[in-house]
Design a protein around this ligand. Structure first.
Ligand SMILES: [Zn+2]
Length: 77
């Protein structure tokens, strides 16, 4: 098995069973519906993560706002 294949397999495994990429910054975080990303401080929420313009979850920002803020280097609230 070559290295590239192994890396893909590991990513698939992490995605399915243990970790998921943060919807805002893409860092690996705990695979839990209410996980908190300690890189950008986004708090996952099953509603916010699906409805990108929904405000009123655990975060002050919507997912789209948080992504824009993260790209500009503004802290995610
Ligand atoms: Zn994040």
């Amino acid at each position: 098995m070559n290295t590239r294949w192994r890396l893909i397999n590991r990513a698939v495994y992490r995605l399915r069973y243990t970790e998921k990429p943060c919807p805002v910054c893409g860092h690996w975080i705990e695979n839990h519906p209410f996980a908190i990303c300690f890189h950008c401080m986004w708090e996952c929420d099953p509603v916010c993560d699906k409805r990108h313009n929904y405000a009123g979850g655990p975060n002050k920002m919507t997912l789209n706002e948080a992504r824009r803020a993260y790209r500009k280097g503004i802290p995610v609230l």
